[in-house]
Design a protein around this ligand. Structure first.
Ligand code: KIV
Ligand code: ZN
Length: 511
């Protein structure tokens, strides 16, 4: 299809390289399931040779997710390629995605290879992939800073060796839209047999141009966009899926390009990611931010009342910003709870439905109206938590502004199944809580981030706390949600400690 754009989502690979965005297997599986609903064509589920955890995630996603292609990333090395194939081969239409740097800077300083060696590595690497599958993508890393004619030689080599998707990344977010479009056009026009491959782009956002560069490349013939939800990714992130797809939909008159993205699933997908990594979507974020459809000024409100199109170029409904009609509260039955979560995209087994049913009842005792966001927070709280080494049972916290009477906290928790108790002081109630928990588990960590976000409006809103802890060379994020923000804080802290333990174990296993 000449005028069709394929969406390749790399939230689970490049996105996960964003500091603090580590996800566990359950979370990755849930997101991959959501991406299927979203209509993504290919998901890059990870980099199998990088760690046993990544291998397991790619392998499990390839085995369980249907209706889209699952890709794994590999360097241009035989061991990486074989390991990648091992992970993805159970998939419906598995893809191997290999990359090698082609810019003078990367070849000289990073690879320490001369251009002829690089050409040979591309040929051998792609051929090795083709010995496993015909679904091979080759990326010329740092393409935007590569010499044009050398880039064409590399691309021609990859196509001759059997690659069917050629990706030209703006790896460091350096390119400008017109310049990048000119490069993509040049490579397509000056590479022999370029018609045998689909051209793809992967644009980083270091100068805030990831989306602009992607769209500029699509205008001149690229037909695959590599993107992430909420634009997360290495450093300043990648081009965002929601922005690229909505630009193509809203300005179909300009681009004349179709795609498979179900735009009504954009908000649920971005929100799910934000919950998963514990990073709220900024209010002013295009398409999915809280304010993206809010009209504040009187003149705008007046215009909107007369005709929405005066200030709205797309409807909130078109990007999925509607609460579904099934209202869940304390009188809801198990079936209603099940169908509500199903309508929100969660596939749950019987045990999970039971856990959520109890959690919904408990929450509804404290909070009159449960919004979709509250329910989504419950899923993350109750279902997608890491298997816990540390388990919080009870906390009791006392605030104080009296001189000489510091805030105090008492905590009961399980450590490896054994009940432990502790109490202590702190500069504030959160500090007191964290000191006591750290004392019970007997480890020192550095608190890198503490943030709190009200999931929905009102004083009875769920407080969602995100905590990032650092110990040595490991950083882990934890989340907790509860109407009492101190309980949410303790849960987030314990969740981060559990993630840290898991990460450290994974690092020890790493090869
Ligand atoms: O930014 C980049 O160049 C990449 C490649 C591995 C595609 O992420
Ligand atoms: Zn990248």
């Amino acid at each position: 299809m000449r005028n069709h754009v394929y969406f390749f989502d790399t939230t689970l690979r490049d996105g996960e390289q964003s500091p603090g965005a580590t996800m566990n297997l359950q979370e990755k599986l849930a997101l991959a399931g959501q991406m299927e609903k979203l209509g993504v064509d290919v998901i890059e589920a990870g980099f199998p040779a990088s760690s046993p955890g990544d291998f397991e995630a790619v392998n499990t996603i390839a085995a369980r997710i249907r209706g889209l292609q699952v890709a794994g990333l590999a360097r241009c090395l035989a061991e990486d390629i074989d390991r990648c194939w091992e992970a993805v081969k159970v998939g419906e239409n598995p893809r191997i995605h290999i990359f090698l740097a082609t810019s003078p800077l990367h070849m000289k300083h990073k690879l320490r290879k001369n251009p002829e060696d690089v050409i040979k590595m591309v040929e051998d690497g792609v051929k090795r992939c083709v010995s496993h599958t015909g679904n091979v993508e080759f990326s010329a890393e740092d393409a935007s800073r590569s010499e044009r004619d050398f880039l064409c030689r590399v691309v021609e080599t990859a196509i001759r060796a059997g690659a069917r998707v050629i990706n030209l990344p703006d790896t460091v977010g350096y390119a400008q839209p017109e310049e990048f479009a000119a490069l993509v056009r040049y490579v397509i026009e000056n590479t022999l047999q370029s018609d045998k491959a689909i051209f793809s782009v992967h644009c980083h956002n270091d100068l805030g141009l990831g989306v602009a560069n992607t769209l500029a490349a699509l205008r001149v013939g690229a037909r695959q966009a590599e993107v992430t939800l909420n634009g997360i990714g290495e450093r300043a992130g990648n081009a965002s899926l929601e922005e690229v797809s909505m630009a193509l939909s809203v300005r179909r008159d300009y681009y004349g390009l179709t795609h498979n993205i179900v735009t009504e699933q954009l908000y649920p997908s971005c929100r799910m990611l934000s919950m998963t990594i514990g990073r709220p979507i900024p209010g002013h974020k295009a398409i999915v931010g809280e304010n993206a459809f809010a009209h504040e000024s009187g003149v705008h409100q007046d215009g909107m009342l007369k005709n929405r199109e005066t200030y709205e170029i797309m409807t909130p409904q078109s990007v999925g910003r509607t609460e579904s009609r099934l209202v869940i509260g304390k009188h809801s039955g198990r079936n209603a709870v099940r169908s509500k979560f199903e309508s929100m995209g969660f596939k749950l087994d019987e045990t999970e439905v039971n856990v959520l049913f109890e959690a919904v009842k408990k929450l509804a005792e404290r909070k009159k109206t449960l919004h979709d966001d509250d329910l989504m927070a419950l899923v993350h709280e109750e279902i997608y938590r890491m298997p816990d080494r540390y388990r919080l049972r009870h906390v009791s916290v006392q605030s104080s502004d009296a001189e000489g009477v510091p805030p105090t906290a008492a905590v009961i928790m399980d450590v490896d199944g054994q009940e432990k108790r502790g109490a202590g002081f702190g500069a504030g109630p959160v500090d007191a809580l964290f000191n006591v928990i750290a004392g019970i588990v007997g480890r020192e960590t550095e608190l890198e981030q503490y943030s709190i976000n009200a999931v929905t409006g009102g004083t009875d809103a769920l407080g969602e706390v995100t905590v990032r802890l650092n110990a040595g060379d490991c950083t882990a994020t934890g989340r907790g949600a509860h109407p009492d923000i101190l309980v949410a804080s303790a849960r987030a802290y314990v969740n981060a400690l559990n993630s840290l333990v898991k990460l450290e174990a994974e690092k020890r296993k790493k090869f």
